[in-house]
Design a protein around this ligand. Structure first.
Ligand SMILES: [Zn+2]
Length: 325
């Protein structure tokens, strides 16, 4: 497969130097991750010939579709301060505004894949979001960008949204947000037992949402073969059966073999294979509509290569759809 030339349609990329403004000191989730991604993406020439991707802070009504007023009030109170808002989650003076901007980028990505200019988008933003529950910021996450994006997509009139979470940690916040709903399918592959302790296979949703949460716990040390077996035998049939209008991916890269936190063995070729499956699913079910939202990944060079690889694959998909057959 070859990438698109300069005239081919490309995926929309949502990124900004402002995402380095969530200052967390020596915390593993720190601005150097974003700097490494920007450098790698720039070195591969992936920033040129790119569709315009304007975005701004998520509006309050988009955030309150997912989060409780108390969580928002706590984050507002953190403005201008530095400190811990949980056992593992740090905020700096601008962190709430950066988190609002990350959620705003995810919202803009939904608008982009619905209205154009492309059906493929990657939100390269931080802080990550998938551990943030409706009522609690946790696990390095302040606001749940992917959940806010899914709720925005439904608000815009899409009927069903699937969220595939391949971050090494269980996306407990996203699960909580949609646990009793049948219009969002949440599928997570994650290491277990591991932080945050949720995501057992018997957690399948409740009420109207029963059967619309799918958890696939994996043992420490799992690699490409295990992941791809589960993706092909369990994830693909479940998303096929759900028939979503949009596929969102909580794209964490902390299952990478070099990751200092994850303890898994996924290779860069493995992540590319996950991406190809997501593209195939979106092409078959969602008229191509696919939004990747960055979650974890704590080895800066590995994270940067994985993100750049994903952008190249999304570009190739955009080029195939936009070009002549
Ligand atoms: Zn993670």
């Amino acid at each position: 497969m070859t990438g698109p030339d300069a005239d081919s349609p490309r995926a929309v990329l949502f990124h900004s130097p402002a995402f380095q403004g969530h200052r967390t000191g020596r915390h593993p989730e720190n601005p150097s991750l974003m700097a490494a991604i920007e450098a790698e993406v720039g070195a591969r020439g992936l920033l040129s010939h790119r569709p315009e991707a304007a975005f701004t802070h998520a509006p309050p009504e988009a955030i309150t579709r997912i989060h409780d007023p108390l969580l928002i009030a706590n984050l507002e109170a953190s403005r201008g301060n530095t400190g811990w808002i949980g056992a593992d989650t740090m905020v700096g003076p601008e962190s709430f505004d950066v988190a609002r901007l990350a959620a705003g980028a995810a919202i803009a990505a939904i608008d982009a894949v619905i209205e154009g200019p492309s059906r493929q988008a990657f939100v390269v933003a931080r802080p990550p979001g998938h551990h943030a529950t409706p009522s609690r910021s946790m696990g390095f996450c302040l606001l749940n960008s992917v959940a806010i994006a899914a709720a925005h997509a439904l608000h815009r009139g899409l009927r069903r949204v699937a969220i595939l979470d391949w971050d090494v940690h269980h996306g407990n916040g996203t699960q909580d947000a949609f646990y009793e709903r049948d219009d969002v399918l949440f599928v997570s592959l994650h290491r277990a037992p591991f932080y945050p302790g949720t995501g057992a296979s018997f957690e399948r949703g409740a009420g109207a949402g029963t059967g619309f949460t799918l958890n696939i716990p994996l043992l420490a040390g799992s690699g490409d073969t295990t992941y791809l077996h589960q993706i092909r035998s369990v994830v693909v049939p479940a998303i096929d059966a759900f028939a979503p209008d949009l596929l969102l991916v909580s794209a964490g890269y902390d299952a990478h073999v070099h990751d200092p936190l994850g303890g898994m063995n996924v290779s860069e070729a493995g992540f590319k294979a996950f991406n190809r499956v997501a593209i195939e699913l979106a092409d078959r079910l969602c008229d191509g509509r696919l939004v990747l939202v960055l979650e974890g990944g704590y080895d800066p060079p590995a994270l940067a290569r994985c993100v750049a690889d994903a952008i190249e694959l999304l570009d190739a998909a955009a080029g195939r759809e936009g070009g002549t057959e």
